[in-house]
Design a protein around this ligand. Structure first.
Ligand code: 4AD
Ligand code: MG
Length: 452
């Protein structure tokens, strides 16, 4: 037998499968306590945290003394016997290692991030180290599960993943948030969305999605905006606005339920209240923009406070886009995520289909998350008539020549079609219950920070 069967290296997450067996774990020291003949090492290995118990007598004096010199984040290898112990701390906890041998790989320098409180600015400067804390560990693992759920649902429902370009010649989501770069002497822009290319792809593949980083030079500093974020964008041929909402509620419910099921340890670390997430099942309520404006203005007239804000609900003019307090107020009226549909045409992108007989509103829909997390999805039915679309491109002052190909899509077998974009960081923020979107991605790009 190979040597791995004698004293195999196991992941901490798998300790439960090795009770009473000799194993090796390798990782970093998270915390250390102890006195007299006992030392407790909290060891992290990326899969979890477990307590290694060093009892003088079970380990050599040399190893016992060496353990005393261990500093936070020192790298080490511990050999020992796995014991089931309900009270053993850790993630997931319940199992500990009765240590027999300790190999120190490196004694770490004094670590800048200690269990005491640190300011956000300091933590952001040390993001490369901050990621090792159990809270950040939990968030990135939820993110990975959410992404897996996204792909699984789409792949299982007949959507083909077709990737779209990052370097693009034109704006799709407004010209104010473009990152411009030099494409061999010509201006080019980092993609704000893959949607326009998705629209070409549905005519070849029916149902598609693109999934990748998107870029917005957002000038405002909010809790919900990044300069670089990941968006998954499904696009569907022969699909109208009503059908789109049904797809979105199935999709979002699946993602949330999958995180609840697969991330119990992570959500426990984050102390997330799971009762609200458990309610995320189809169908979701749907309200018209007109109705949303009425609810907001009635609350404003009563002087009602926005949940979680010190301020009253601000009144809104019909035709204006919602601010965060408006979205938060609307979302708070419902237990589940809520669809707001038929926004004013003037606040939405050029490609959205106007409502027949009422062109001042368009066949758009945003999905607002509960508990103040705001818009997680933006989507719409797309304009399918070539003349109307050409007029919209002119009306928005966009350069006709770079959209020629996009108009072609309406010339060769045009069909009613719809799609949406879901922001991964917004979903992670919501599922994890984060105060700020910056924690939802390993290395966030915000208005004020792109280091490290
Ligand atoms: O509503 P948006 O701008 O829609 C689009 O880009 C469409 N082209 C999508 C489509 O129909 N294919 O963005 C979609 C989602 C938002 O609902 C939000 O979740 C996220 O992307 N998002 C951001 N997330 C973080 N930081 C930002 N600056 C974001 N801007 C949008
Ligand atoms: Mg939007």
């Amino acid at each position: 037998m190979g040597s791995e069967s004698v004293n195999p290296t196991v992941a901490i997450a798998d300790l439960h499968r090795h009770v009473d067996a000799d194993v090796t774990i390798q990782g970093w020291l998270y915390r250390k306590t102890g006195k007299g003949k006992l030392q407790f090492l909290q060891v992290r290995d990326g899969s979890g945290i477990c307590q290694a118990v060093l009892f003088r007598g079970n380990v050599s004096d040399e190893h016992f003394e060496a353990a005393k010199a261990l500093t936070q984040e020192s790298s080490l290898v511990v050999h020992g016997v796995v014991k089931a112990n309900e009270r053993a701390p850790g993630i997931p906890g319940g199992y500990e290692l009765d240590a027999r041998e300790l190999d120190i790989v490196q004694i770490a320098d004094p670590y800048p991030i200690t269990p005491k409180e640190h300011g956000v600015e300091f933590l952001m400067q040390n993001r490369h180290l901050w990621l090792r804390s159990s809270r950040q560990w939990a968030i990135q693992r939820v993110r990975a599960v959410a992404i897996r759920a996204i792909r699984d649902w789409l792949d299982d429902h007949g959507y083909l993943n077709v990737d779209t370009p990052i370097l693009t010649p034109a704006a799709a989501e407004g010209t104010t948030t473009l990152f411009e770069i030099d494409y061999h002497g010509e201006p080019a822009y980092l993609a704000q969305t893959g949607q326009l290319y998705n629209e070409a792809n549905i005519f070849a593949f029916g149902k598609v999605y693109c999934f990748g980083p998107t870029f917005r030079a957002e000038k405002s500093k909010t809790r919900r905006h990044l300069q670089e974020f990941w968006m998954v964008e499904p696009e569907i041929a022969f699909c109208n606005l009503e059908q789109l909402m049904e797809i979105e509620e199935q999709f979002v419910s699946y993602i949330v339920q999958r995180c609840l099921h697969d991330c119990q340890a992570e959500l426990a670390v984050l102390e997330r209240d799971l009762t609200r997430l458990a309610q995320v099942t189809p169908p979701f309520p749907r309200i018209h923009y007109d109705e949303a404006v009425r609810l907001i203005n009635e609350a404003a007239a009563r002087g009602e406070l926005v949940p979680g804000y010190p301020d009253p609900v601000p009144a809104i003019e019909w035709g204006d886009d919602f601010g965060s307090p408006h979205e938060t107020y609307i979302a708070a009226q419902f237990e589940k995520p809520v669809f707001v549909h038929h926004y004013p045409t003037q606040v939405k992108a050029f490609y959205m289909e106007p409502e027949a007989g009422r062109p001042e509103v368009c066949r758009s829909v945003d999905l607002l998350a509960p508990e103040g997390y705001g818009e997680i999805i933006g989507g719409s039915e797309r304009m399918s008539d070539p003349e109307k679309l050409a007029a919209a491109i002119r009306h928005h002052g966009l350069p006709q020549e770079v959209y020629d190909w996009y108009l072609d899509l309406r010339r060769y077998g045009s069909v009613v079609h719809s799609g949406f974009g879901l922001g991964v960081e917004r979903v992670v923020m919501w599922v994890c219950g984060l105060d700020h979107v910056r924690e939802s991605i390993a290395f966030p790009r915000t208005l004020t920070n792109m280091r490290p």
